[in-house]
Design a protein around this ligand. Structure first.
Ligand SMILES: [Zn+2]
Ligand SMILES: [Zn+2]
Length: 107
């Protein structure tokens, strides 16, 4: 249920918009905005990963408690990035010091 910002009357869904039954004002539907928000969120996480994959790991701290899937090496550079909400643990991005394989880890 949605009400008109202008006159407070009930609004009806029409052609993907919410249209006021009284004064005719129209706004985007809430559901559409929610869907856009979700896809924007997914997009931004992809962007973060994309950026990290292209990032220069040289000079980054070394993790020696890891295991590269490609070559079995146990040392990798890593960066830490908060990709989720603040109450989720940050994601660690690794780059193998032996073969350059990259992966990420959700602790
Ligand atoms: Zn109205
Ligand atoms: Zn490796």
């Amino acid at each position: 249920m949605q009400f008109c910002d202008d006159c407070g009357s009930m609004m009806k869904s029409r052609d993907g918009e919410m249209v006021c039954t009284s004064c005719g004002a129209s706004v985007e539907r809430d559901e559409d905005r929610a869907a856009q928000f979700v896809s924007t969120e997914a997009q931004s996480e992809d962007d973060v990963i994309e950026t990290e994959e292209g990032a220069n790991f040289e000079g980054k701290p070394t993790a020696d408690d890891v295991h590269c899937d490609e070559c079995g090496h146990t040392k990798a550079w890593y960066t830490i990035k908060q990709t989720g909400s603040a109450d989720e643990p940050p994601t660690r991005f690794f780059k193998c010091q032996e073969c350059g394989n990259r992966w990420r880890d959700y602790n």
